[in-house]
Ligand binder design. Sequence first.
Ligand code: UDP
Length: 467
Amino acid sequence: MSSASDQEKLRPPPPHVLIFPMPVQGHLNPMLKLAHLLCLAEFHVTFIISDFNQHRLLQHTAASAAFSRCPGFQFRTFPDGLPDDHPRSGHRAMEFVSSVANVTVPLFKKMMIKENFLASAARRPVTCFVADGLLSFAPEFCEENGIPFIFFGTATTSYLWAIFRFPQLLEAQEIPLGGKSMDELIESMPGMEGIIRRRDLPGFVERAQAVVFNTCEDLEGQIVAEIHKHVPRVFSIGPIHHQVKHRLAEKKAESSIITASLWAEDRSCMDWLDAQPPRSVIYVSFGSLALVTREQVLEFLHGLLDSSQRFLWVVRPDSVTGSDGNDPVLTELMERIKGKGLLVEWAPQDKVLNHPAVGGFLTHSGWNSTLESIAAGVPMVCWPYFADQTTNSRFVSEVWKVGLDIKDTCDRKIIEEAIRDLMDVRKDEFMERAENLAKVVKRTVSKGGSSYNNLDGLIQYIKSLVV
Ligand code: UDP
């Protein structure tokens, strides 16, 4: 009679999924959670991470203990191509796009070829490649090497759609062009002047066999359906962080959700929140990349203080520009907030948003933050910084109607009024809508919900790719 471990040896190895995010917090978070979901489906997963981020992840989270319960999981590390003292934030975060392309990607390709697409005695060579939507080398690499390519969108689907439609917008002259044709060379793209034409602008989603979105049909169903007309398979499986929570509970798994924090979480804020009345605190955070000037900090501080609401504010180290640590105006204001507000350098955000004392979120509208807030039923004041955030904030205020958008301003009076409106004057109205939306979004990742079914569909699809 054969033992369980013999049977294990006889069983053919599972699919081997390669996951490669851009090395930034907001991309690492959902893609690491996707890795966890695929490990729960007992797949082998290889996760590409920069040395810099792996070091921080292991230092600040329990990721290594959590993944030790996932025998099929492995990290592969590479340099991100930036010097150690590079800020990796603000508009300079965009430098990742070229440093990853010039340094990380060639090393990655070399390793893939040398190691026969990561085959080993226990592992198949990679059976599909889930690539961050910003990695434009992926479709060609997959086509050349016969690997199925799955596009992962970390931003809102609506934002991706706007980019995807860019050539058509140009063609239809909806974007001001002065009547130039699609064959006209683009002159205003640094580094590519005189090379690409309008018709060469990105459309690489179309080359994917499948697309995975961290969204759900209840939030962006119409847009997901539009994208589906251009790619054979679309799996909207979000909010991924909630999908992980649900699947872990369903499996009665011992492990908890893997956090991907690149900074140490200051948990003292949870004790502070415990001492505050229900729904009385506005949580303030502008994510992992945004920088704020000294003047903007002053406007926010005055706005928060004048609104008379309690607040918990994340001020990342080095995120304030134009001020050294000894700024007397800032020091005085910091004194004034005592008792009303608390500042921390990095918070356990999802836990904070789910704390009963939190009644609002002043956010930069990053897509992860937006989804976390929606799933926690917390209304938002949106102050978008860049990229998809300007689109996300519009959807929050005009489509889902769970917040206010104060983009393109940074004025203490506007900030004060928006916070009062959200937390006081129209509190019941916003809370009711936010709580209803949270219920809808939670249903979508529960058994029978569309994101739940779509994740099952994705798992089946990845299985079908094994030849
Ligand atoms: N985050 C966190 N603690 C903080 C601030 C942010 O854990 O103090 C997490 C947050 O939960 C989210 C991510 O960092 O998952 C930020 O991603 P998002 O897409 O919102 O914005 P980005 O940082 O990419 O601009």
